[in-house]
Design a protein around this ligand. Structure first.
Ligand SMILES: *Cc1c(COP(=O)(O)O)cnc(C)c1O
Length: 345
């Protein structure tokens, strides 16, 4: 079988959630947007609900409906994108809680679904989503009289603890919300690690659950094992792959493995990336193709049957470094061709 094996450890996700919940001053939600960062919203949400998570967040209402199907009634499912045109039926039927981002969204929400729960998202400086101070002061009293279930904002630089933006956003959020009687939330994974000042009534970790930085103590969650299709000898001067980008200088052995950029193994990381054959690190050579990658296995006594791209030896963040990106993008790029296996919690 040429299909690669992607193993997702639900127990590790729950371990990470519990550890982050232990650090949090208040409640700890679980962010499962983008199909739980590519790992499967249904299985991940069900495992986290079993571990004790009572609040989940997604980016858009359609994702919320999927999570509701997986969880059944009970848990709160918040929608960061708020209440968009055309969302009313989904929000009502799946009992979602939109995080209202503007006066327009507020009007749309109370008109379409009077009395339906909502939260408020404020912009404390990131300039991405949420009401700015002016809008908020115009709407504040009316909005608060409708009892929002949460008032939240999001930090732009929480993965850099020393960044001045953190204290600035904390102060801005406090100025906008001190004294209100609704629960508040500011921190995601990074904000959880910044300390209790940033926690308020709820933290909203995502990447930390899935084993990514900035939660350096996270337990690894994914293993990606790729079969070797063919091994060949190369002589000095012979090239490997498209564009002849790698040329053998000494006699060697090249393994061709069965995965490529169509599976989310970024073509850009080719020149810097490695895979592991047991305890040996082997360099990726030549351009990454759509379905195939060359690996230099010259140093191994016996050519391997499979190699590992992600796992105990190599984290999503080391792979991300090779491609000039972040662990989040590695996870959400993991393709649909893998045989996905879940280790149950
Ligand atoms: C994605 C997201 C989160 C989770 O962020 P992580 O860095 O993955 O922990 C929390 N809140 C909002 C508003 C988000 O968009």
């Amino acid at each position: 079988m040429a299909q690669s094996e992607l193993t997702i450890d639900l127990g590790a996700i729950c371990t990470n959630w519990r550890a982050l919940a232990q650090m949090s001053a208040g409640d700890t939600a679980a962010v499962v947007k983008a199909n739980a960062y590519g790992l499967g919203a249904k299985r991940v949400s069900q495992a986290l609900a079993k571990a004790g998570a009572r609040t989940f967040f997604v980016a858009m209402a359609e994702e919320g409906a999927t999570v509701r199907n997986a969880l059944g009634p009970g848990p709160t499912i918040g929608v960061f994108g708020g209440h968009m045109e055309g969302d009313a039926a989904l929000i009502r039927d799946a009992n979602l809680v939109p995080m209202i981002n503007s006066i327009d969204q507020m009007l749309r929400h109370v008109e379409a679904l009077p009395g339906h729960p909502f939260g408020i998202q404020l912009d404390s400086g990131m300039n991405r989503l949420g009401m700015e101070a002016g809008e908020w002061s115009a709407l504040r009293d009316i909005a608060l009289s409708q009892k929002p279930v949460l008032v939240m904002s999001h930090l732009a630089c929480a993965d850099e603890p020393g960044h001045g933006m953190n204290a600035f956003q904390l102060q801005t959020f406090r100025q906008m919300t001190d004294g209100i009687n609704a629960p508040r939330s500011l921190g995601a994974t990074g904000g959880t690690l910044l300390g209790a000042e940033y926690h308020f009534d709820m933290t909203r970790p995502g990447i930390g659950l899935y084993g990514g930085l900035p939660y350096i103590e996270a337990v690894p969650v994914v293993t990606l094992s790729i079969p070797v299709i063919q091994v060949r000898d190369v002589n000095p001067g012979e090239s490997v792959g498209y564009g002849n980008r790698w040329v053998a200088r000494v006699p060697g052995k090249i393994a061709t493995i069965s995965a490529g950029y169509a599976d989310g193994i970024l073509r850009a990381m080719g020149p810097k990336a490695y895979v592991w054959a047991g305890e040996s690190r082997c360099k990726i050579v030549g351009r990454i193709s759509m379905d195939l990658i060359g690996v230099d296995v010259s140093a191994l006594k016996d050519p391997p049957d499979r190699v590992e791209l992600l796992g105990q030896h190599q984290s999503i963040d080391s792979v991300a470094d090779a491609g000039g990106t972040i662990g989040y993008e590695i996870l959400t790029s993991l393709g649909p061709r893998y045989n996905r296996t879940y280790i149950t919690a």
